[in-house]
Design a binder for this molecule. Structure first.
Ligand SMILES: [Zn+2]
Length: 451
């Protein structure tokens, strides 16, 4: 079924092309009666079965769709590789396009510090600057402002069992970033210089950088903050969201250049805060401007990820896209797609590659291990990537051991292709309908974790 959705600003739109369970009765809980059939109903592989993900919006779940931007379309669900400083580390944009990347996500904080958003603007915007003709996102910098000096883990889906606060918040946090109701004062991770981001500054920086999709400036808390702090933070992020909308409306009116703006839902692991934050952002409208989509941010406990995404998606309007910030573990991706997230980004495939960790359908292995020194097979026999077509394990093993930059490049191409292709297969399964998605998830995860 096709739902034609309103174009919310010039050049940006989203339409849903297929929904999980939309054409069969195979998925329990579809009617939204609150019986708790979804997510995880009927699947032995889903984590935390019986979550009861129904909410004010009725049954919620995965969908396939198309995001249209001025630089082209993104067919969703889609994995969006990270090009933090306007580059995917070690891989050219052409090669990223070849491996199936539909969009790239850069970071406003990094580009603000270096080379400066004015330079990116003078180059003609992010897409021109990095020679990537497709759609682009910029993260607001909120997470980096609060994390780079404070030692958050970069991957936000975290195992917290056994972790003390010292594992999540580094001792220097209070000196590196100071949050108040107006914004954040922080020191550059490059040279220690003092800077201040407010919602208005973040919007001006992102407007200058010129990505197709921007994120509102939010306060990113950790799981170690108190409930009371999380409540204050959600209020602060909502107030900042309104200021972001007002500033973007002003900037767009000034130069006529529109961009899609996503509000970011925080609220940590608390159901009431997550639902409240999502509902408030969905309803928010300032100077005739509302959010074109939503980011789901903040630290998520891995075991609660599907549930948190389901709470949030239940409160968000179906006709606007949802981006889950910073996850890429395969079980998290399945859970998040099933819960209704449309796009994802994460540095993990590239970072893992640089350490020699290689994804395969049989799980991850480290190609730097001695066992691969004379293994002349591809990184994965089932992979269709450039690396696997032309190079073998022994060579990549050698390059990584010798710290040759080409090793990073080849391993990164493989890992990015693996995750992009996996999420593509989820989209195809949703479009195929019936039990295709359930079968894909169960077969894939069973093999990946139990091989
Ligand atoms: Zn490969």
């Amino acid at each position: 079924m096709w739902h034609r959705c309103a174009v919310s600003n010039s050049g940006f739109s989203f339409e849903i092309t297929a929904e999980l369970g939309g054409d069969t009765g195979s998925r329990a809980g579809k009617s939204g009666d609150g019986s708790g059939g979804w997510p995880g109903g009927g699947s032995g592989m889903s984590r935390a079965g019986g979550l009861g993900g129904t909410g004010a919006g009725g049954w919620v779940g995965g969908r396939a769709g198309v995001i249209t931007t001025p630089h082209g379309v993104i067919r969703t669900p889609a994995f969006v590789p990270v090009a933090t400083a306007a580059a995917v580390k070690g891989v050219t944009p052409e090669r990223m396009a070849d491996l199936g990347a539909q969009a790239l996500l850069a970071n406003a904080y990094h580009l603000y510090l270096r080379p400066g958003h004015g330079i990116v603007a003078r180059a003609g915007g992010l897409s021109q600057f990095m020679n990537w003709p497709g759609p682009t996102f910029t993260d607001s910098g909120g997470f980096q402002v609060l994390s780079l000096g404070s030692g958050f883990k970069k991957v936000l889906a975290m195992e917290t069992a056994g972790l003390g606060p010292e594992a999540v918040i580094a001792p220097r946090q209070s000196r590196m970033a100071q949050v108040d109701d107006d914004g954040v004062t922080f020191r550059s991770h490059l040279d220690g210089s003092l800077h201040r981001f407010t919602p208005e500054v973040s919007m001006r920086v992102q407007h200058a950088i010129g990505a197709d999709i921007l994120f509102a400036f939010d306060e990113c808390t950790t799981l170690m903050n108190t409930r009371q702090y999380q409540e204050r933070s959600v209020e602060r992020t909502l107030a900042w969201a309104g200021r972001c909308l007002a500033e973007v409306a002003r900037l767009e009116a000034a130069d006529g250049r529109t961009q899609a703006l996503y509000g970011v839902v925080q609220g940590a692991q608390y159901e009431d805060l997550r639902r409240q934050a999502a509902g408030d952002l969905a309803r928010l409208e300032v100077d005739g401007r509302r959010f074109d989509g939503f980011g789901i941010g903040g630290a998520l406990e891995k075991q609660n990820l599907a549930q948190i995404v389901a709470w949030v998606c239940a409160e968000l309007p179906a006709d606007r896209p949802r981006h889950l910030l910073g996850i890429s573990e395969v079980d998290d991706l399945f859970a998040a797609v099933e819960a209704g997230a449309d796009t994802f980004d994460c540095v993990a495939p590239a970072r893992a590659a640089r350490h020699g960790a290689v994804y395969t359908p049989n799980g991850r292995y480290n190609v730097k291990r001695a066992a691969y020194k004379a293994d002349f097979g591809p990184l994965s026999a089932e992979c269709d990537c450039y690396t696997c077509a032309s190079y073998n394990r022994a060579y990549v093993h050698h390059l990584l051991r010798a710290n040759e930059l080409l090793g990073y490049t080849l391993a990164t191409i493989h890992n990015e292709r693996f995750i992009v292709r996996l999420v593509d297969s989820m989209r195809e399964a949703i479009e195929a309908g019936g039990t295709a998605f359930d079968r894909l998830r169960d077969d894939f995860l069973n093999r990946y974790f139990n091989h």
